[in-house]
Design a protein. Sequence first.
Length: 400
Amino acid sequence: MGQERSVRVGIMKAREVHVVFHSVYMHNGKPFVGECRFVPSAGERLFVPVEKNATFTLKDVTIGIGFHWERKEEQTFCGALLLKLEEGLVRAINVVLVETYLTSVISSEMSANASLELLKAHAVISRSWLLRILNHNDNCQLSTVNCQLSTVNCQLSPDHILRWYDNEAHTSFDVCADDHCQRYQGITRQSNPQVVEAIEATRGLVLTYAGKVCDARFSKCCGGMTEVFESCWENIRHPYLVAKPDPYCNTRDTRILSQVLNNYDQETTDFYRWEVHYTSEELSELVKRKSGIDFGRVLNLVPMERGASGRIITLKVVGEKRTVTVGKELEIRKWLSESHLYSSAFEVEKTSDGFTLHGKGWGHGVGLCQIGAAVMGDQGFTYDEILSFYYPHAELTKEW
């Protein structure tokens, strides 16, 4: 059994980073306390707390980048602050122990007031996801092979584009703080002792399969059916990420939903079943702008391949000038929305003036469904029963 590790979390990048140190932090033998502003500078600047429970606040942190809830927040963090020069800007990185990081993640991904069993389940999958990333980064450092996990852009032909967006091995930190990786918003939302209890009760526990830490994906709402990994990302089968009916994720109970949906998430209410309508002119302009391809007037949207949950893997966009087949699910969602369409699980209805998309679910639908898991926790299921439902064949293993 190993020792608890630390993680480097990329919080923000800006022309100027505004920090408030709430107690003494040291850098190169010099103390820093109170308000400080940092501009780009060569090299690295590491600010280490003198006291164990010291905190600092970052101003104007952008959350929900590229999504419909994007906004700026003031966030407070434990641990050390690392500043680096990146593309002419200041990159702010929080260096913190894994279990402290997870305390924030499970109360950022959902409400700190969620049920204890739901918080425990999410602690395990968030820890598993993170440890897989850290192990990957370790292997990269030991190898001369290029291990960068990045956006895969596969141009099969001028008329067939496949892209999927995996969890990049960031070059200057381990994981980012936004939805692209896992939501990490410091101690700002840690308002319930149950969060700490959930972390302590599952300390060091991860999901494993065949001796390896699981790629424990999760999404907001599967829409009634979970999806397999390969429908959304690389064509690799993970036996613990299966497609199966989820009888738990359809609820309008605001008490349960508030366990999963933070204040800005609650602005979205129609995620289990939803509709989006575009006129032909609106859709043609949107797709041209988001794809960079001039289709002319869009004449049709034709699903070519679907996953087991009904999520579209490849979609044919038929235009007056061009016809292009695009995938996978997140790229489809990017093309058909100003931010991100809730999911690619939709049917296309041609109307007299354009197109209506009849959809289900919020997110890719792979692995744990956060709404479904919240319902299970409310119905008395234990955290290991929740994990067994969403990750069949996986085992609980203690890493530290």
